[in-house]
Design a protein around this ligand. Sequence first.
Ligand SMILES: NC(=O)c1ccc[n+]([C@@H]2O[C@H](COP(=O)([O-])OP(=O)(O)OC[C@H]3O[C@@H](n4cnc5c(N)ncnc54)[C@H](OP(=O)(O)O)[C@@H]3O)[C@@H](O)[C@H]2O)c1
Length: 301
Amino acid sequence: MLIVGCTSQSSNGSNSQNNVEVNSIMTTNYTIDDVTLNSGYKMPVLGLGTWTLSDSESETCVYEAIKVGYRLIDTARYYGNEVGVGRGVRKAIDDGIVKREEIFVTSKIMLSNYNSPDKAIDDSINALNIGYIDLMLIHQPGYRDEEVYKALERAVKAGKVHSIGISNYYTPQDFERINKIAEIVPAVVQNENHPFYQNTELQNYLKQYGTVVESWYPFGGRGNTKDLFNNETIKQIAAAYNKTSAQIILRWHLQAGYITVPGSKNLAHIAENFNIFDFELTESEMQAMAKLNKKRRFENW
Ligand SMILES: NC(=O)c1ccc[n+]([C@@H]2O[C@H](COP(=O)([O-])OP(=O)(O)OC[C@H]3O[C@@H](n4cnc5c(N)ncnc54)[C@H](OP(=O)(O)O)[C@@H]3O)[C@@H](O)[C@H]2O)c1
């Protein structure tokens, strides 16, 4: 197994422990295959994103992705496809391809449910119908999001959810607003992140907590991918390895220490995006990718 990041022991994610051990053991145990979250659970570093996939597309794509080797699936209440994602996972389990404990499913509480977060968690669990949820996130900052985080903590204590985190919190200050009321330190911050928008400041800040950044829009999102795919630096590196721009970008995400969940409803792309474990970007290629940072986001939420 190729080790590409910090390797010291992670903690159990409790804030009381953070207070004494934050500088000594709270780093990230990250390998190219998975990361040990500060909750103690392992999370695969490459998964399938399902935004814009219907229930039936999700069922097929999730099932086929699991056959290819994917073990991480990203959904959300907002996507309206938790039922399909759950069906795809259950089919893979029923067919003996994986066991439930080998699959890692993320969902998110959507803004319009922030008034009833405990019910929102139960609704997602019922829709997915795969028992517990591996990782549940607050989808975005909003009114009562601190209360929403408390509901996530209750779900962890009740065994309904294994790990919890937040999404679309971009600065250390944004993170600390939730973290300071938290009993359980967020395990993951899922944000827009790609070669044109590399939020290394947040990533570096979070290392003290063993909190990992997960990239959404690894390719810039639907409608924007040509900007990244046609970038000359990325194309040159791709040619050198006989890989596609998509594969180089994903390899960069992993070697830069991010989890990522490229979205696709194309089975050839799904297979291509997982075929990135047979090569490694050099230090100078990683530096060239780092220079692509334009602090340019494609969305504004
Ligand atoms: N937390 C949040 O607020 C948030 C926001 C946005 C997204 N997300 C999550 O992050 C995931 C990723 O974002 P995204 O799906 O919106 O954008 P993305 O992964 O950056 O890009 C998806 C686009 O790339 C294309 N694509 C995928 N693989 C390709 C390949 N190998 N070659 C050529 N084109 C390829 C897809 O088309 P095809 O379908 O044709 O392959 C689609 O048009 C989402 O699915 C969702 O799970 C989270």
